[in-house]
Design a protein around this ligand. Structure first.
Ligand code: BTN
Length: 322
């Protein structure tokens, strides 16, 4: 008997399945059941063990075959790489990009051992999350690519709405948030040609999907779809995000409607922000998003300024900081 049989039993039942029931149904020993459960957990399945009641399957990891079935020809299978584990999907895809991988190659993984965030930080990447990188070989100008990461944030919001009915907001410049907590992080990396234009860009997206909890140092700022009581498989979400990224490619040169939607979703507008530049911190109110996705703020002395991502860090006063 294999872990696949144990999984099949768990998948069939909404209620917990006791170790004894499994032993009887599968002709296994208790130790065999325990080993299979541990093997499934190592594969990324979230299995709860309730004392005296048994095991319950809470969340499944990303599954390549299920994802391929969902994509069903809409995303080319030969450009889709699904890995059980990788150091970082961005690092992996950057390597493929320098070896000539085609436009729109996507790398997805169940877990990352060295997930990377912005500003050199690490990105916690336990099974249960969705870790996805997407390669763009652009024909757009450097100017048209400036708002790529902000729009990738909007892609994630749209995809979450499609699969859950719940629409996240965006914390400027590009973090999807639900109930004031960070749901997703995005890191775009690029390789520049001598003239300063991008040879390629890798958009890396990490969405918290099935995580039931976070370590204490980030628990106040991070949330997952599961913690918001939204039940969704990472495959369905990956399918929706890839469709959104494909659609994004067609509007980068003229993102007027996407900009309007971004403005509607931006959670900062009308709220207090602190603008950090070097060691100075200034209190301000976020007023508007300009045509280049910059954030126009008004300081306490009435002076206004438009801040651009990369130039400054804007700290929201509503729960978490960038
Ligand atoms: C941030 O909020 O600081 C950005 C986090 C970006 C995380 C994603 S997960 C997929 C891709 N691979 C990485 O190593 N990082 C990005």
């Amino acid at each position: 008997m294999t872990k696949e049989d144990v999984l099949a039993l768990l998948e069939k039942s909404d209620a917990p399945v006791s170790g004894e029931q499994m032993c009887r149904a599968l002709g296994m020993t208790r130790a065999g059941v325990w080993k299979a459960i541990e093997a499934l957990r190592a594969d990324g399945f979230d299995i709860e063990a309730a004392p005296r009641r048994g095991y319950r399957l809470c969340a499944k990891p990303l599954q390549k075959q299920a994802l391929e079935r969902l994509l069903d020809g809409s995303f080319p299978a030969d450009r889709l790489i699904v890995l059980p584990e990788v150091d970082s999907t961005n690092t992996y895809l950057k390597q493929l990009a320098s070896n000539g991988a085609p436009d729109e190659t996507a790398v997805l993984s169940i877990r990352q051992t060295a997930g990377r965030g912005r500003r050199g930080r690490s990105f916690l990447s336990e099974p249960g999350g969705l870790y996805l990188s997407y390669l763009i070989r652009p024909h757009e100008s450097a100017q048209e690519l400036l708002h790529l990461t902000a729009l990738a944030g909007l892609c994630v919001c749209n995809a979450v709405r499609q699969v859950t009915g719940m629409q996240p907001s965006i914390k400027w410049p590009n973090d999807p948030v639900l109930n004031g907590k960070k749901l997703c992080g995005i890191l775009t990396e690029s390789s520049l040609l001598p003239d300063g234009s991008a040879a390629w860009l890798v958009v890396g997206i990490g969405v918290n999907v099935g995580q039931a909890s976070f370590p204490p140092d980030i628990a106040d700022m991070a949330t997952s779809l599961a913690l918001q009581e939204l039940d969704v498989s990472p495959d369905a979400l990956a399918d929706a995000i890839l469709a959104q990224l494909t659609a994004l490619r067609t509007v980068l040169t003229d993102p007027v409607e996407w900009l309007a939607e971004y403005r509607r979703r931006c959670v900062n507008l009308g709220r207090p922000v602190r603008v950090l530049r070097g060691n100075t911190v200034r209190q301000a109110t976020a007023l508007a998003i300009d045509e280049q996705f910059g954030l126009t703020v008004q300081y306490e002395n009435g002076e206004t300024e438009t801040v651009r991502s990369g130039e400054v860090s804007v700290r929201g006063l509503y729960g978490y900081i960038e």
